[in-house]
Design a protein around this ligand. Sequence first.
Ligand code: NAD
Ligand code: TYD
Length: 366
Amino acid sequence: MPLVCSNTKTKSSSHSYEGISKKSLMRKFLVTGGAGFIGSAFVRLLLDEVPACEVINFDALTYAGNLDNLKDVDESRHLFVRGDITDQNAVLAALPPEVDCLVNFAAESHVDRSIASAGEFLRTNVLGTQVLLDAARARGVRRFVHISTDEVMGSLPEAEEQYFTEDSPFAPNSPYAASKAAAEHLVRAARHTFGLDTVITRCGNNYGPRQFPEKFLPLMLANALHDDPIPVYGDGCNVRDWIYVEDHCRAILLALEIGRPGGVYNIGARNQRRNIDVARSVLDQLNKPHSLMTFVKDRLGHDRRYAIDPSLAESELGWRPRETWESGLEKTISWYRDNSDWIARARSGAYREFYSRQYGTEVGAQ
Ligand code: NAD
Ligand code: TYD
């Protein structure tokens, strides 16, 4: 069923986010993975920007999920349900018939973990997505929004002006990327076969508050704040396309409100950077020496370059990022500076085992 907002101005304007959600007919959301990094930012955005909406937040709280990520939200409009997206009965029990939109963030999300062991990635990212699609159909959910990644399109050559578009072929290179590609195929099939109203968004590397310190940027921050070495894989010249998490979430909100049924949108802030340059920026902002960078053994199958062409999201959704790299990094760094308890909890327990397996050294070892 076509959606929602007849705000034609949105389609022609270049920066027209404001006001759309106030007209949205979308009121009741089920968000999966909403206690993780991006999902929790999205829940916060929904509660702030869509008046009177209600959010059911369904999350298994794996190592990456953390209810502290949502401790400041309006609890009268936010219901947290702990559950696994591969558990059909649990999903159906959490999904009342009047839900307008299901937004699927829940995933195993770290490439290095998928290289070490792929099973959980297939279970959650592939089987879990199918369970959600079936449940959405069974309950008559109006729109299914699936959060995917640029990594389904593989790696771009380093030196050429080439970008991922929505028509780029799939070429996933890690078990994580392959599981996300499989999930996209299942979403597409649910639309083609059953007419489910679906939208897929594909984003690059997010950064911002509350990102678990297994990913490069928060790992660097957490280590550098403790004067610990920063592990840089290979020659450090791999390129990623960085986006501030709230900008990503605003693009998702627009896509769910005014995106085409069956639409796929690449979301990127035109912000390509080499890892080594990202590391230098972080160290400079923290007033820490570049000598904290330590070059370590490269990741197996390490994708060389990601670069997103966001033209379609810009023209069809009227989306633009609000943060520059500098402003986003400043917000991110000050959040990590101010939340040392959050970092300490994230770096304790099972993280210590993960870290020594992954890097062959203890967290905090000099
Ligand atoms: P994250 O690892 O921080 O959070 C994932 C969340 O999913 C956690 O709260 C976890 O508890 C939950 N989860 C995991 N398995 C589950 C299961 N079986 N059932 C229910 N909940 C489960 O991930 P993130 O970085 O916030 O990423 C969110 C989504 O965005 C993922 O789908 C990821 O593939 C995609 N994405 C992430 C990035 C990025 O840079 N982080 C970029 C593009 C796309
Ligand atoms: P990561 O945050 O794992 O995201 P992705 O692999 O999904 O892009 O890694 C970002 C980049 O940083 C990637 O090129 C790998 C690199 N990297 C390091 O150099 N050292 C690290 O310790 C990690 C985790 C990543």
